[in-house]
Design a protein around this ligand. Structure first.
Ligand code: AMP
Length: 611
């Protein structure tokens, strides 16, 4: 069978969907939930996945793994903080990447994810009645290269060929069939339990393009629960003088009650909250909470989603009124407060006909159908979230692919050498928005061997290619010798979502300082090459040929430029470079004349002209 399934491999829950009679549908056996909790519990004699693994969270917590998506393609140091709060253990011997321990064995995140994918594959096969070998898997828009690779690896381990990794917001838009619009701009607002993502997409002539993405990795439904729990704890203290904030189990029980109340207030104007010996503390409290009261507590949290939305619109070069469709994804978008806020922001009602928990998986099925040939008319484009480039002379960042470039994409630049007779060049692949290489993130480094040539003569072509899955391939080629070297970027340390955000924030925060540093760097580089040339000229021509007065003036100008280079004022360096240029002007002309004379004495005039 040619069928391709669509999978939403979520942090908390996963789903599998397929196209049936032109409509995407979630696959689930009768009597079972559509969602499969992303939990794997290692028992002594078997491995449970999904709903069967739920109870392991309490009675087998050391061997029950959840939220593995947070660790996909990441290094130990990236997630050290998150690891501290987990009930399961992480392999202490493996610091390079995160491996979890269960029943004495160590598992990589792709291995755990593969167990979840196997469950979804089996579910699909049972429902469809035949084997399934190919899939599309969705990932957050912010997933970097290593995280996407890890997701692909998980698919392979589960016996599935991953034909495409699709960004979750792209999938959500597909689920609503928005590709059928002639043209339009779509905002996908995704507020789940712990993260917030906003994406701006454009549809034009059947082509679907992600214009910009943004978000906050520490914002979601959990924040509403904690804020409401704080309010409840304060009310209990007021009514009974009992402080529930004594241990984490008690607070955990109140947070659960808060979440329940929050969800009830989505459909009702008022709810009753009962706290009966929460976490074993002997207290019985009952109170009512209105939606209005709850929304006062939720408002400051909900408002934190607005800034990333405005930023994404700015990145897409659009006014708030420039959005034609708004799509809601994630359980927290059921909240009436969120719906009001989103429609106020974009000036229109959001699409909410589909279940916000299922919309991504449904879209994955649509994408799968496109790949299977069911919809030949569509091409999907995504964007690379951070700029990519290489380190250039003096430690500057040389951008090759700017952030938010639509992918797949390929760009090339020609570079040269700045030292005589170099036998190789180091290509340092960088990701980030800062002006200096050292402030950006190094993705990979490789060396290209080249034929020795005078400085400035070599022509090195560097090509960056990002494929449809967002995976980067960098090739460097010496155009004279044809020698080439390349690297597929699979950094062993993943970039955390927070780092991506941090890098974007820093690029704004430090913009002025960065530009100053770059100007300083460029001035110093220029001064250095002029100083080297001037010193060489003084040596070669000597005081006799140059004349004492001019020789002294040049020497003084050299000293002045050298002194300025010690400081960090780029305009002072430039002034001294100008001064040095002025006094070496006639010497430079004389040198040019000599070179020309030499050429003319060695060749006949006609030949020289021809050159
Ligand atoms: P997700 O990560 O997309 O599964 O979303 C999970 C979040 O959605 C959790 O914080 C839930 O509390 C929240 N959620 C689910 N249903 C509702 C509801 N009816 N009202 C408000 N929040 C909800």
């Amino acid at each position: 069978m040619n069928i391709i399934i669509g999978i939403d491999l979520g942090t908390t829950n996963s789903l599998v969907a397929v196209m049936k009679d032109g409509q995407p549908v979630i696959l689930a056996p009768d009597g079972e939930r559509n969602i499969v909790p992303s939990i794997v519990s290692f028992q002594s004699d078997r491995v449970n996945v999904g709903d069967e693994a739920q109870s392991g969270k309490t009675d087998n917590s050391r061997n029950t793994i959840f939220s593995i998506k947070r660790f996909m393609g990441r290094g130990y140091d990236d997630v050290a903080d998150e690891l501290r709060h987990l009930p399961f253990e992480v392999d202490p011997d493996n610091k390079h990447s995160v491996f979890v321990l269960a029943r004495g064995r160590s598992y990589s995140p792709p291995e755990i994810s593969a167990l979840i994918l196997r469950k979804l594959k089996a579910r699909a096969e049972k429902e469809l009645g035949h084997p399934v070998l190919r899939t599309v898997i969705t990932v957050p828009a912010y997933f970097n290269d290593a995280q996407r690779q890890a997701t692909k690896d998980a698919g392979r381990l589960a016996g599935l060929e991953v034909l495409r990794i699709v960004n979750e917001p792209t999938a959500a838009s597909l689920a609503y069939g928005l590709q059928q619009r002639d043209r339009g701009v779509i905002a996908v607002y995704d507020l789940g339990g712990g993260t917030f993502d906003i994406s701006i997409l454009r549809v034009k002539d059947g082509i679907f393009e992600v214009l910009s993405t943004g978000g906050d990795t520490h914002l979601g439904g959990d924040d509403f629960d904690r804020a409401l729990a704080d309010h409840l704890i304060a009310r209990v203290k007021e009514d009974s003088s009992i402080d529930l904030r004594t241990d984490s189990t008690v607070v955990g029980a109140v947070v659960l009650a808060a979440e329940k109340a929050k969800c009830e207030l989505t459909d009702k104007e008022e709810t009753e909250i009962v706290l009966e010996n929460p976490g074993g503390v002997s207290v019985s409290w009952k109170g009512t909470l209105t939606r209005e009261e709850a929304e006062r507590i939720f408002l400051p949290i909900a408002e934190r989603t607005l800034k990333p939305c405005r930023r994404a619109l700015l990145d897409a070069d659009l006014p708030e009124s420039g959005v034609d469709d708004v799509v809601l994804v994630g359980g927290s978008t059921r909240m009436p407060l969120i719906r009001r806020m989103v429609s106020d922001l974009f000036g229109k009602e959001a699409h909410s006909e589909l279940n916000p928990d299922e919309v991504v998986a449904l879209g994955a099925a649509v994408q799968a159908d496109i790949l299977a040939g069911g919809r030949k008319d569509m091409l999907l484009l995504d964007v690379s979230p951070l700029s990519l480039g290489i380190e250039t002379m003096g430690g500057a960042m040389g951008w090759i692919i700017p952030r938010n470039t639509t992918i797949p994409t390929s760009k090339r630049e020609i570079y040269t050498t700045f030292k005589d007779h170099q036998t190789g060049v180091d290509i340092q692949v960088l990701q980030g928005e800062r002006e200096l290489a050292k402030d950006n993130r190094s993705l990979a480094k490789f060396r290209l061997g080249i034929d020795p040539a005078p400085a400035g003569m070599a022509r090195i072509e560097v090509t960056f290619l990002i494929d449809a899955n967002g995976i980067l391939n960098v090739t460097a080629r010496d155009l004279r010798s044809g020698k080439a070297a390349s690297v597929e970027v699979q950094p062993s340390y993943g970039l955390t979502d927070e780092q991506v955000e941090q890098m974007l924030l820093e690029s704004f925060e430090y913009a002025e300082e960065d530009i100053r540093q770059r100007q300083l760097l460029e001035a110093r580089n220029e001064a250095e090459s002029i100083l080297t040339a001037a010193a060489r000229a003084l040596r070669e021509y000597g005081k006799d040929q140059i004349g004492e007065k001019e020789f002294a003036a040049i020497s003084t100008a050299i000293l002045g430029a050298e002194e300025a280079m010690q400081g960090d004022d780029h305009s002072a360096i430039r002034d001294k470079i100008d001064a040095l240029n002025d006094v070496t002007h006639s010497l430079a002309e004389r040198m040019m004349d000599d070179v020309l004379k030499e050429a003319l004495t060695n060749k006949k005039l006609s030949e020289a002209m021809k050159d």
